[in-house]
Ligand binder design. Structure first.
Ligand SMILES: Nc1ncnc2c1ncn2[C@@H]1O[C@H](COP(=O)(O)OP(=O)(O)OP(=O)(O)O)[C@@H](O)[C@H]1O
Ligand SMILES: [Mg+2]
Length: 430
């Protein structure tokens, strides 16, 4: 049966042409239904309606389902459908609870979980700003975590229109830390993107490595710096660690940093086409990942050039898939740093004749309670428009706590406003 046809036939879904039906369904089946409907972007009541229609049309009763522990389940069905279902169930000598369970299972079987959409070219996201402490590392980690989350589980996401609303509200309301507040209407439960993500700690300070509970690489061993300098001591893959959490299902990896990256500029001085050094080092890893995020150091040196070059648009790659994600703070001193950074990226574009896209601006550590300075500079970032603001993350305690606990933010506080904002950001740029 054509899903789109049925859902349009039954819309508006909660209007008077549907009747409320109260029955029972086992918890596991209810959960599967909820997740699968979200994965297919259709309403639960429409999925049930389709399942019941198919069930009634079957020539014979399908396999019995264990309905032990079934408890209350209510939904809205088109007028009359429940009566038809009731009489078919009576003819088949099947209880309503068993029949409904079979109908829901029928819909689940006919609509398997969609495959994760993988990019043809591994996406490279370079998280940068030479200004220190604006949250590059926090945003790299949070975005990567959000992109790797389980596609078979639902996660709270602040929907895109809420971001726009929040940005608009910031003009008028200076009295709240997060303008969109906790309005439940702005939160949607969505399946995780389920992408294979590599976080690259490209900062000799090793913050990302430490923050995720990993150990910086020892000075005398192999490292990304060695690979970039054309002096590898082994396979770069052997240095990668998995950030383990059920929710990331082995999809979230980290290439830890090493203090030797402080010497990167010196080590690269004798290397030809130095801008391409990061790309040469990471290219062999790309087949294993859908997204590679690079956490840049707070500097405008050669490492920034190499990172920006790595994020350039490749032949056959759509604009906006890879590029620079700029993290700023809603305060005036951030604007000068932004100008310097974009100048450098523009120079690189011109000198090397390459396209480097901006993925957007993330305004981090936002606290509207700081008044005019915060709200007016947020407005300043919004007014840039190109690139546009793709994320607004509040200054809240969970991020600092997660760092202290050496845990991924989205594991430590999966329902926090920050986690919800990170998921919104990840979806905004994907
Ligand atoms: N949204 C936030 N709310 C609260 N604390 C935050 C937030 N974002 C970052 N922080 C904290 O601010 C500090 C600086 O953040 P972070 O290390 O991510 O910045 P950075 O730009 O990577 O710094 P550096 O330039 O040194 O690499 C950290 O202690 C971090 O935990
Ligand atoms: Mg950092």
């Amino acid at each position: 049966m054509d899903v789109s046809k049925v859902s349009s036939m039954s819309s508006p879904a909660t209007s008077g042409d549907r009747e409320k039906v109260v029955s029972k369904l086992p918890g596991w089946l209810r959960q599967n239904l909820k997740v699968r409907a979200a994965q297919h972007g259709i309403e639960i009541q429409v999925a049930v309606e389709l399942g019941i229609t198919d069930w009634c049309n079957l020539a014979a009763t399908p396999a019995t389902i264990d309905t032990a522990g079934a408890d209350s389940f209510s939904t809205f069905l088109p007028d009359g459908q429940w009566d038809t279902f009731r009489s078919v169930a009576a003819d088949r000598n099947v209880s309503l609870i068993q029949g409904l369970a079979q109908a829901v299972q029928l819909w689940l079987d006919a609509n398997p979980a969609p495959h994760v959409a993988r990019p043809a070219i591994t996406r490279r996201m370079v998280v940068c700003n030479q200004k220190g402490g604006v949250g590059k590392t926090a945003i790299t980690a949070g975005t990567g975590e959000a992109l790797a989350e389980d596609p078979n589980t639902l996660h709270a996401v602040r929907v895109a229109k809420a971001l726009t609303k929040a940005l608009r509200a910031s003009e008028t309301r200076a009295d709240e830390s997060m303008p969109s507040g906790d309005d439940p209407l702005d939160i949607e439960n969505l399946p995780g993107p389920g992408l294979r993500v590599l976080l690259v700690d490209f900062d000799p300070q090793c913050h990302l490595t430490n923050q995720l509970g990993a150990v910086p690489l020892p000075m005398n061993g192999d490292s990304l710096t060695n690979h970039m300098a054309g002096d590898p001591k082994g396979d770069l893959r052997d240095l990668i660690v998995s950030i383990d959490d059920e929710n990331f299902g082995g999809r979230l990896h980290l290439l830890p940093a090493c203090n030797d990256a402080f010497l990167l500029d010196v080590r690269l001085s004798a290397v030809r086409a130095r801008e391409a050094a990061l790309e040469r080092a990471l290219a062999p890893l790309e087949a294993d990942y859908d997204v590679i995020l690079v956490d840049c150091p707070p500097s405008l040196g050669l490492s920034m050039d190499a990172a920006a070059y790595y994020g350039r648009r490749r032949d056959g790659e759509k604009p906006g898939q890879s590029g620079a994600l700029i993290v700023v703070q809603a305060e005036d001193s951030s604007a000068d740093a932004y100008g310097l950074l974009t100048n450098q990226i523009d120079d690189l574009r011109g000198d090397l004749q390459i396209d480097i896209d901006y993925l957007g601006i993330v305004v981090n550590l936002y606290d509207g309670r700081r008044g005019y300075i915060a709200t007016s500079s947020l407005q300043g970032w919004v007014d840039i428009k190109d690139p546009r603001v793709v994320g607004l993350i509040g200054d809240l305690k969970e991020q600092k706590e997660a760092v202290r606990m050496k845990q991924p933010l989205l594991s430590y506080a999966p329902k926090s406003q920050q986690a919800i904002g990170m998921r919104a950001l990840a979806r905004e740029i994907s």
